[in-house]
Structure formats: C-alpha cells, structure tokens
Design a protein around this ligand. Structure first.
Ligand SMILES: [Zn+2]
Length: 262
C-alpha cells in the first residue's frame, strides 16, 4: 500500500509510552505514518506534547487544550495559559475540547464553560479545533451556536448517529474516524456512515493508546500510530473511490485542516 498517512490524534503523552516512546514514533514514521498530531489533554499534558513533538519537529505537531474529562480544572487563568502555550509553533490546533456527558468526569457546567472558552481562544488565535463529543450532542451544538467557531473543526473519534453526522457536515466540520470503525460490535452502525462523509471532510486517527482495532492481536492491547493502516483499510473497503485517491485526499485534508505546507 502506498503511503503518507497522517494520524491526526495520538495520545503519545500517555504513560504507557514512557518506556519506548522514541521507538514507537520511529517505527511509525518508517512505516508510512508521515505525521502525527500529539493530543494535549490538559495544560501540563499540552506542554508534554510539545516536548515530544520537539523530538521530531518535521513530523509531529500538537494540540493544546483541556479535555472535557478535566474541565473541572479550567479556571480564570486557563485561557491565558493556553494562549501562552500556543505561542510554540508546533501547536497547530486547540483541543482536545468539547463535551463528554457519557462519563461526566467533570461537571456539565464546567465542561460547557471550558468548551466555550476554547472556541473563543481558537477564534482569537486563528487555530483549528480538535473536538470531542460523547452523549452530549444537543449541548455540543448549542455551544457552537453560542460562540460560533470561525476556524476549521474536526469532530474527532466520531461514533455517533447519522443525524449527528449530518449536523456536523452542515457546519462544514471534518470527521475523524478511529479504530472504533473496526469493531464489529460497537462500530457496526458506523459502516454505512463511512461512505456518507464527503471524502474531502474525512480524517483518520488512532487515538493511541486507546482503541486498538479489534481485528489486531497485539500483546498488551496498546494502540500505536502504526496501526492507523487498519482504520484506512476499513475506510477503503466501505468507499467507492480508488485506494490511491483516498490515501492522497486524506493526507491533503490533514494538511489543510492543520494549515500546514507540503
Ligand atoms: Zn476524545
């Protein structure tokens, strides 16, 4: 399979990578995963993501933000801290932000407040947004009405319903697909949605170390950017375009989403 894949979301700051991070990244890069965006999940994590990206500045970029799970930590200093972290040129998106009412690790009100602030920051810095939504579609959409994002957005790890997908596409958002689509049980409903996403709005990601594609037998069950290929294979299987066109367009989409040059 020809290459140049872009993993738009990998949590390489996760402790499961502490021992062999360089190895994981090098192995991915030499196997066609040309670029990886390292997700930042809170302020400290966003700083750590930058340190990781600095090791491979030609191939790695980061997001900066506070994940809805940690929204309780969003306080009056958070916005200015995010803005200051974003001064590093390796930060190419705001996030991960959004709403997660599935697990409610942070209070709903705090999640909404944090999300609205992230949209404002993205607008003021002219950075795209890396968005997370789980079991919170209505509130998510009303936040996006309240503060209209002026930059490109991706709803990462899309696992929702067709109506939700349509709402996002109406807004012009990109849709990020993970190994969730490779899960014969949890991902079954997504199979018919894969072809409904315009190819120029599609992005792929591993969400490593989470969401190892179910079809893979991997010791330890840790997902890595190198397994992005499984997500790609599944997409190729459920779309009509030629394989090369899909691969090329996905890569172009990633560059365009993060405002990167070739
Ligand atoms: Zn997420």
């Amino acid at each position: 399979m020809p290459s140049n894949l872009f993993d738009i979301g990998a949590n390489l700051t996760h402790e499961s990578f502490n021992k062999d991070l360089n190895n994981v990244i090098e192995k991915s890069l030499t196997n066609g995963i040309k670029n990886i965006c390292v997700t930042g999940c809170d302020l400290e994590d966003s700083r750590k993501a930058i340190e990781i990206a600095k090791l491979f500045p030609k191939n790695l970029i980061t997001t900066c933000g506070i994940h809805p799970h940690y929204a309780d930590s969003f306080d009056e200093n958070s916005s200015s801290e995010i803005i200051s972290i974003c001064k590093n040129s390796l930060v190419k998106a705001i996030g991960e932000t959004g709403l997660d009412f599935n697990r409610n690790f942070s209070k709903k009100g705090k999640q909404i407040q944090s999300f609205l602030n992230h949209i404002e920051i993205a607008n003021s810095l002219n950075l795209p947004m890396f968005l997370h939504q789980r079991d919170a579609h209505e509130s998510f959409m009303s936040c996006l009405e309240k503060v209209n994002p002026l930059t490109q957005c991706v709803v990462h790890c899309f696992t929702g319903k067709e109506e939700e997908l349509k709402d996002y596409l109406k807004k012009g958002f990109f849709i990020g697909l993970t190994g969730w689509i490779c899960d014969p049980k949890r991902g079954a409903h997504l199979e018919k949605l894969i072809s409904l996403i315009p190819l120029n709005k599609l992005l792929i990601e591993t969400d490593s170390p989470y969401l190892l594609p179910k079809n893979l037998e991997v010791k330890g069950r840790r997902n890595e950017p190198i397994y992005l290929r499984e997500v790609l294979k599944k997409i190729i299987k459920h779309r009509n375009e030629k394989e090369e066109e899909i691969i090329e367009t996905l890569y172009e989409n990633s560059l365009s989403f993060f405002n990167l040059q070739k």
